[in-house]
Write a protein that binds this ligand. Structure first.
Ligand code: 2AM
Length: 181
């Protein structure tokens, strides 16, 4: 699960918490990625990697995983409905993305609860202000756009993901999943 292709266990892991789309939402997001690519060019993210990051931990020793998951087990957060209706482009890293113009309060609550749980588990962590987005393009040109078809996403769980940077790009393994109430 968190092994390299050569079979070695990765330590430290490169971890992040994320909302992981169900198959139907993933297909719709991928469709929006195609549409955005027509306007902004760049490199499309593979459909199987699409996600919305909640908190990024970076390099974390495997030895800290149990403390982390125990802290997160104690979180009680609510299910939420996301409407991803806002395409965006960041000049500094040329990322093209889709996010919610009006993030529901439950999303901010979940992010805060995760930040607290990460800190409680003793992991060195530098929380940045959270800008909810799904990266669809890298090296994108940006510019004006026609109206974008919103993507509706019923969020019922969140995941912990381990990221492996390999020759074909980033590969992600979902290593734990937590239900929202
Ligand atoms: P991005 O898609 O905007 O690049 C895995 O790398 C995920 O973690 C991606 O969603 C990425 O966001 C995000 N990420 C990478 N580095 C980060 C950082 N330093 N702070 C917050 N999120 C980060």
């Amino acid at each position: 699960m968190t092994e390299t292709t050569s079979g070695k266990l990765l330590d430290p892991l490169r971890l992040f918490f994320a909302l992981w789309p169900d198959d139907a939402t993933r297909t719709t997001l991928n469709h929006t990625g195609k549409w955005l690519h027509k306007h902004w060019d760049g490199r499309r993210m593979r459909a199987d990697t699409l996600h919305l990051t909640l908190a990024f931990l970076g390099r974390t020793p495997v030895a800290q995983l149990d403390a982390l998951t125990a802290s997160v087990d104690a979180i009680e957060a609510q299910a939420l409905e996301l409407t991803l209706d806002q395409p965006g482009h960041w000049q500094h890293n040329r990322v093209g993305w889709l996010g919610p113009s009006q993030p529901p309060p439950q999303l901010g609550e979940l992010v805060s609860a995760l930040n607290a749980a990460i800190q409680q588990s003793g992991i060195a962590f530098d929380a940045r202000p959270h800008v909810p987005h799904v990266t669809l393009l890298r090296n994108a040109a940006g510019g004006g756009l026609p109206a974008c078809q919103p993507v509706a996403w019923s969020v019922r769980d969140f995941v912990l993901v381990s990221s492996r940077i390999e020759e074909d790009g980033a590969n992600y393994d979902v290593i734990r999943r937590w239900s929202l109430t």
